[in-house]
Design a protein around this ligand. Structure first.
Ligand code: 2HG
Ligand code: ZN
Length: 477
């Protein structure tokens, strides 16, 4: 992280920002700013002139007008659990142009209101700073549930989940964040407020802001609140921890599970090295006999209002399996799920021990290419001399490749992402492109495509104040 002092401060901008949100919500002190200036992994981050904490849409609009007038760079942030450097300032100066511009972080954490649950529409309106866990709790208090779940639930926010089109374990059943956003309100670079929170399922009136803004990683506007879909809260959930001989057997199991019509709620995968790491971290043995070095573990969840255990067990009986553990009791299920949920934490602990941040790549490939992807990532780790920890969301072919102690991350990225593109995959499945992968987007998007994306960006943000360098590389003008 660049420890340069806030040399790019701008007194007239500071005054305008204080006018917009009040002095208490303009954090100028280095001590107060520091937690916002570095990302969760410690890999990305850089200095800002101030952290601004608007509390209302009007105040945010005033902040945007002030920044736009001064040509200040705006870095939107909420939970700051991102893994691709998309919610913190850049370390060095990405271009001559940026070095002359003040940078402010706009924290959306104060947008933490949750509206009443609409049980008829099965929807709720929540602020961008509401955590995933609070969205789930609000839904459950009304006898419903949130369709999304992932490990960072206690700190990751709705704003970030929308910005990155987050996924997690329930995508197999309900889709990604994009499918959950039925209404949105956002503030654009010039302070305009756009969108609608009506949540009408059949609204075909002009452009659909959720489609444009979900996944735009804070480069087109800042989401203030969203109308989100809710789903039934199922009475029974069964979890199976399945040890298999190969990825091929895991894919065969996935096919059986899907065609059986079992009420699938999650199909996650853990590779043997990753299992070893989390077993050490938790200090508990693997729930089922661990697979051999060439095997894999699949965690399956089925949820329904009838007990789905027999259905799941029948499907597992037909598959080629080394060992299985099954749990229906909530506490036992939780203990089993920790082997998947606490993987990122186990990796972070190992990174701390090594004294170097882990190099993380979130990718997805067609299921038929999964074996090839994993071999290439393994080979890249061998050549680098680092350790590969891989796990993820099997049903979407979405693997998190964590290169622990990587010596040459750029080389690994070029090699692995190049292979992902050749295999017909995507270089980001749920974490976003951020700053980490902006230079690689051309691998999966044509020059025409990138030019059109740049044109949309320029139309909405002509002064390029919103998260420049994220998703699309910054170019000199
Ligand atoms: C998960 O699936 C998250 O647990 C984090 O997407 C993945 O740490 C990672 O690489
Ligand atoms: Zn994930």
């Amino acid at each position: 992280v660049d420890a340069r002092p806030d040399s790019n401060g701008d007194p007239t901008l500071t005054t305008a920002l204080i006018d917009a949100v009040g002095a208490d919500d303009v954090l100028i002190d280095a001590d107060l700013r520091s937690g916002y200036e570095t990302d969760w992994t410690g890999r990305y981050g850089g200095p800002s002139m101030a952290v601004i904490r608007p509390r209302t849409t009007d105040a945010l609009a005033a902040v945007m007008r002030a920044c736009n007038d001064h040509g200040a760079v705006v870095i939107p942030q909420a939970g700051n659990t991102g893994l691709v450097g998309g919610s913190v300032p850049p370390a060095g100066q990405e271009s001559v142009q940026d070095s002359e511009r003040p940078t402010v972080i706009v924290s959306m954490r104060s947008f933490d209101d949750i509206g009443p649950v609409d049980r008829d529409a099965m929807q709720v309106t929540v602020g961008a700073g509401v955590t995933l866990a609070r969205w789930q709790a609000a839904a459950r208090a009304a006898g419903l549930d949130a369709p999304l779940d992932f490990a960072a639930r206690d700190s990751a926010t709705i704003g970030g989940a929308i910005a990155t089109n987050a996924g997690g374990s329930r995508v197999v059943r309900f889709g990604t964040m994009r499918q959950q956003v039925v209404g949105i309100e956002a503030v654009l670079a010039d302070g305009s407020v756009v969108g609608s929170l009506s949540g009408l399922p059949k609204e075909t009136a002009g452009m659909h802001w959720p489609s444009l803004l979900v996944g735009s990683e804070g480069t087109l506007g800042i989401v203030t609140r969203a109308r989100l879909r809710l789903v039934p809260r199922f009475a029974h959930t069964v979890t199976a921890f399945v040890s298999l001989k190969s990825i091929g057997d895991a894919l065969d199991l996935l096919r059986r599970l899907r065609t059986s019509g079992a009420p699938l709620d999650a199909v996650e995968v853990i590779q043997p090295e990753a299992l070893d790491l989390v077993v050490d971290h938790l200090g508990r043995p693997s729930p089922a006999a661990p697979p051999s070095a060439t095997g894999t573990v699949v965690i399956v969840e089925c949820a329904a209002n009838h007990d789905p255990t027999d259905e799941l067990v029948a499907t597992l009986a037909d598959a080629s399996i080394v060992d299985t553990a099954i749990a229906t009791d909530p506490r036992q299920r939780e203990a089993m799920l920790e082997f998947r949920d606490r993987m990122t934490e186990a990796i972070a602990a190992a990174s701390t021990r090594l004294g170097t941040p882990t190099f993380k790549l979130d990718v997805a490939v067609p299921l038929s290419a999964l074996d090839d992807l994993l071999s290439e990532a393994e080979q890249a780790a061998l050549d680098d001399g680092c350790r590969l920890i891989s796990f993820g969301h099997l049903a979407e072919g979405n693997i998190h490749l964590n290169h622990l102690g990587a010596l040459d991350p750029d080389r690994i990225a070029r090699r692995v992402l190049g292979e992902v593109a050749r295999l017909g995959g995507t270089i980001s499945a749920e974490h976003g492109i951020g700053r980490a992968k902006a230079a690689h987007l051309h691998l999966i998007r044509s020059a025409d495509d990138l030019r059109a994306q740049q044109a949309i960006k320029t139309a909405l943000d002509p002064n390029a104040i919103l998260n420049p360098g994220v998703v699309i590389e910054t170019r000199e003008r």
